[in-house]
Design a protein around this ligand. Structure first.
Ligand SMILES: C[S@@+](CC[C@H](N)C(=O)[O-])C[C@H]1O[C@@H](n2cnc3c(N)ncnc32)[C@H](O)[C@@H]1O
Length: 273
């Protein structure tokens, strides 16, 4: 059975999801923020963006606002962060977690920003572009609002890099292929396309860093990889009968034996406008 391909991801229109699903996705974003491998990805991006006191920064597609709060601390005193997201539900979650920094929470579409030209010293856009209809349009908007000399920093997943060891190879391959069949094509390879997209816009000082996240046990992997997370509802798998159960038997056994391994590359690509 061919998996039904999704035109859009849940993150493309979070507000249309049931409240319990939104709560689950916000909790998942927060768990990811605490994960040491995601911290490693963000440390790489931090060094590229170089946030400094007094700057005005945009966190485009801010989700629950973990990065916005950290950026606000870095631009104090005198700076400001605009935390922008399409979803009012995630912005409400971000506002609830506000810790007093200079942050303006704004509802908006990264592909049509209601923000002035050249009005930011830098932009952070993490794991958002894989969810928009046209990443180049969104990147054009991020560049437009960044002043000449400012930095644009894009972070995105390369789901095509996902690999496992310690589990049955053919079964792992089937699971990965099934997942890829369900993803939109732009989700599969967004991370590796970012550099090319910035080159296309003629930016300079481009850096591109593939950060390969390493998960040595199922619990650590489940925070970032939905196909290893037993909490992901069975309905959203849409796998042929019995496949999910066989897969989790393998994952659990590898976890018990201590030889489970998963890797996924997340790209950090930055450039000067
Ligand atoms: C995977 S989450 C990442 C959130 C946050 N950047 C992080 O890394 O924790 C993707 C976010 O992008 C937002 N998003 C998706 N499409 C968007 C758009 N067109 N404009 C603005 N935000 C969008 C979603 O609402 C969601 O909060």
């Amino acid at each position: 059975m061919e998996p039904a391909q999704l035109d859009r991801t849940p993150f493309a229109d979070l507000d249309s999801m049931p409240p319990e699903m939104i709560a689950m996705l916000v909790a998942a974003l927060e768990a990811m923020s605490r994960h040491p491998e995601i911290r490693r990805v963000r440390d790489t991006a931090w060094r590229e963006l170089r946030p400094a006191p007094g700057q005005r920064l945009l966190d485009a597609g801010c989700g629950a606002g973990d990065v916005s709060r950290a950026l606000a601390a870095a631009v104090a005193p005198g700076g400001e962060v605009v935390a922008l997201d399409h979803s009012s539900a995630t912005l409400a979650a971000a506002r609830k977690r506000h810790d007093g920094g200079e942050i303006r929470y704004v509802t908006g579409d990264v592909s049509a920003l209601d923000l002035a030209d050249d009005s930011f010293d830098g932009v952070w856009c993490e794991r958002v572009l894989q969810h928009v209809d046209d990443a180049d349009v969104a990147i054009g908007e991020l560049i437009r609002v960044t002043r000449p000399g400012g930095r644009v920093c894009l972070l995105d997943t390369d789901w095509g890099s996902l690999a496992f060891d310690g589990v049955d190879t053919a079964l792992a391959q089937t699971i990965v292929e099934h997942m890829h069949g369900r993803l939109t094509p732009r989700q599969v390879d967004m991370g590796r396309t970012l550099r090319r997209r910035l080159v296309g816009y003629g930016l300079h000082d481009i850096s591109a860093t593939p950060v390969t996240c390493y998960f040595p046990d199922p619990a650590s992997a489940a925070v970032v990889l939905p196909m290893v997370n037993p909490q992901v509802p069975q309905e959203s798998w849409m796998t042929p009968d019995g496949l999910r159960e066989r897969w989790f038997d393998q994952v659990d056994r590898a976890g018990e034996d201590g030889d489970f391994l998963a890797v996924l590359t997340i790209w950090v690509v930055a450039a000067t406008v």
